[in-house]
Design a protein around this ligand. Structure first.
Ligand code: TYM
Length: 334
């Protein structure tokens, strides 16, 4: 039986961080054996917010290197760069006729970007979700491992696919966001305000390229409070986020130890010491990030290997994209 198709992408707009890893890349690595996987660097998407392209190529290389350093095997998956697959642009053109101005203007990410860059509200920004749908549908992917912030884009991709099928005949399966667990993941920034993101809150984001000292410094500054007032208190989201990060990098014993202390703490008898928790988390985080950082740095210095990986990925991606585009053209143009 043919394997199910999986696709996901990352914009090369800054250093990759734990949110990217936990929300997306961890699942890429987990899925690479059992699925037919396509993972790519969304360099066209980055142009909607980063018009200056001086550092774009290096950023593309870094994303590729970091993906491989996290455990992605370019022999098993297609790891490619969006702009190497022109078939995506043609599908984007067709899908644009099925996307309406009203729904695009209502997209949360569009509204955020209008606030952030009022002088550059370009049409690419408005049709960002259409290009994302083209990325997914060009391989007729069914599972899309992403973090919670991409949920709405996935819903839109399903809508565009449904409209296409309805108007021109069944070409696309309907893609679903995937996290491997019930909920899609959202890693908060270390100050508890909003999500970790590549370009904002540099000191509140843990990057896969951070030095050991930087990791310690950032985690020790993470937001905590004076401790729970009652036993078994619900956790404020910034405390829960620290436990989520522990869940990623610490042993089960360590997590249970601090969880027990948290649940036994109450006003006047605070057993948990957040300073100790953060110290432990920082050391466990270093053990996790340091090898990724080093592997990624070594690969980034090896441009020949990176180019080979990217060329192989493009070849695999274009083969799959050409088949879908053949079906699309036949359905629309006859
Ligand atoms: P991007 O580049 O912003 O993020 C890449 C992936 O990381 C996830 N992520 C997070 N997950 C949990 N907590 C966080 N704090 C966090 N921050 C980022 C994102 O959900 C994403 O999975 N539009 C996409 C790129 C894209 C794409 C696609 C994704 C273009 N085409 C097709 C899937 C399919 C984006 O901007 O991701």
């Amino acid at each position: 039986m043919a394997k199910e198709v999986v696709l996901s992408g990352i914009r090369p707009t800054g250093f990759l961080h734990l949110g990217n890893y936990f929300g997306a890349m961890r699942n890429y690595v987990r899925m690479q054996e059992a699925y037919d996987c396509y993972f790519f660097v969304a360099n066209w998407h980055s142009l909607t917010t980063h018009p200056d392209t001086k550092e774009l190529q290096q950023a593309v290389y870094r994303v590729v290197a970091e993906n491989v350093a996290c455990g992605l095997d370019p022999e098993k998956v297609a790891l490619y760069v969006q702009s190497d697959v022109p078939e995506i642009a043609e599908l984007y053109l067709y899908l644009n006729m099925l996307a309406y101005k009203g729904e695009l203007e209502k997209t949360t990410t569009f509204k955020d970007k209008v606030r952030l860059q009022p002088n550059n509200v370009n049409a690419g920004l408005l049709t960002y979700p259409v290009l994302q749908a083209a990325d997914i549908l060009i391989h007729r992917a069914v599972k899309v491992p992403v973090g919670k912030d991409q949920e709405q884009h996935l819903e839109m991709a399903r809508n565009f696919a449904e409209r296409f099928n309805h108007r021109y005949g069944d070409v696309f399966p309907l893609p679903q966001a995937f996290s491997g667990q019930q909920e899609l993941v959202k890693i908060l920034s270390l100050d508890g305000n909003g999500k970790m993101s590549k370009s904002e809150n540099q000191l509140n984001t843990l990057y896969l390229a951070d030095t050991d000292d930087m990791i310690r410094k950032k985690i020790m500054k993470a937001k905590t409070d004076q401790g729970p007032d009652i036993k078994n208190a619900p956790q404020p989201d910034y405390i829960q986020n620290l436990f989520t990060l522990m869940g990623l990098v610490s042993t089960e014993d360590t997590i249970q130890h601090f969880m027990h202390q948290y649940n036994e703490s109450e006003a006047g008898n605070c057993i948990i010491r957040y300073g100790d928790l953060k110290k432990q988390l920082a050391e466990d985080m270093i053990r996790f990030i340091a090898p990724i950082r080093e592997k990624a740095a070594a690969l980034q210095a090896d441009e020949a290997t990176l180019k080979r990986i990217i060329a192989n990925g493009a070849e695999k991606a274009r083969a799959s994209a050409a088949v879908t585009l053949g079906l699309v053209r036949k359905a629309i143009l006859g």
